[in-house]
Ligand binder design. Structure first.
Ligand code: TYD
Length: 211
């Protein structure tokens, strides 16, 4: 793999998707070829799987089944989009990748972590981000933002149980602590501009470009 792979992770409503999009724009403005992916989805099969998971209320899914579906979508995304882009030397920015499955289905919903790690590895092979930005903020911030968009499809999917979101946050922080060479934890309860500036500085360091 010759390209550079960067992923974004974190709770809902913390501006993760916006920051991924801002990074993509900044890099494109410098003339870099960037591929921006978003999970779940991103391929024809991935969009069908997204629909299946979204309708979990009408057809409830166990954490294990959720994890298998997210991983199936990811396996397809890696083979159709991310792998070829990296092989062509491009920069890939992924809005969520396998850490989401470990944090949400594993730490959040209680699926077996070793099993999830093995499944994830099977799904993505050696396509692993070089850098993962974890946008982190206290659960109060996540819940306030989720409340502000109450009725969104995703809070129906996970529920609005505070303990669930505490487990997800804690899980993400554990993943980051276990792999400090890959993760950068970014404080999410700050201005969009301050967060974007921190991320761009880290990416410049990764790419060896002047800040
Ligand atoms: P998010 O990325 O925040 O999208 P949106 O901007 O539409 O809210 O949310 C996607 C949801 O899917 C979020 O609740 C996390 C969940 N998810 C998992 O539970 N496991 C996974 O492996 C992935 C990729 C997402």
């Amino acid at each position: 793999m010759t390209g550079v792979f960067i992923s974004f992770e974190g709770g809902e409503g913390l501006g993760k998707s916006l920051q991924a999009a801002r990074l993509v724009e900044s890099l494109k403005a410098r003339g870099r070829e960037v591929v921006h992916t978003r999970e779940p989805g991103g391929t024809a099969a991935g969009e069908h799987i997204r629909d299946l998971v979204l309708h979990a209320r009408e057809a409830p899914l166990s954490a294990e089944a959720q994890a298998l579906l997210f991983s199936a979508a990811r396996a397809e995304l890696v083979r159709e989009v991310i792998g070829p882009a990296l092989a062509a030397g491009r920069l890939v920015v992924a809005d969520r990748f396998f850490d989401s499955t470990l944090a949400y289905q594993g730490y959040g919903h209680g699926a077996d972590l070793d099993g999830l790690r093995a499944m994830t590895r099977f799904a993505v092979g050696d396509v692993i981000p070089q850098r993962t930005f974890l946008i982190d903020a206290p659960v109060d911030v996540v819940l306030a933002r989720l409340g502000a968009r109450a009725g969104s499809r995703w809070d129906r999917f996970h529920g609005t149980d505070r303990a669930f979101y505490e487990r997800v946050r804690d899980g993400y922080l554990r993943l980051a602590a276990a792999d400090p060479a890959r993760f950068v934890v970014v404080k999410g309860d700050r201005s969009e501009d301050a967060i974007a500036a921190d991320i761009l500085r880290e990416v410049d360091a990764l790419l060896g470009a002047p800040a």
